[in-house]
Unconditional design. Structure first.
Length: 60
């Protein structure tokens, strides 16, 4: 199991307020997606080579 990078209770609250339930594997998969998104942002900034700070513009 990967490290959980999201606040489980807050995610479950959003899902519940929308009238749905959270499956047992949802939080782990969401954290995996967060890791992938962060890693992609890091690679984008590395490739540019002009800065060391990730910003909203690096989310793609």
């Amino acid at each position: 199991m990967a490290e959980t990078l999201v606040v489980t209770s807050k995610i479950k609250k959003i899902v519940k307020e929308a009238g749905f339930r959270t499956g047992g594997d949802f939080i782990e998969s969401l954290s995996t997606k967060v890791i992938s998104l962060v890693q992609a942002s890091i690679e984008k900034v590395k490739a540019d080579g002009k800065k060391k700070t990730l910003g909203a513009e690096d989310l793609a």
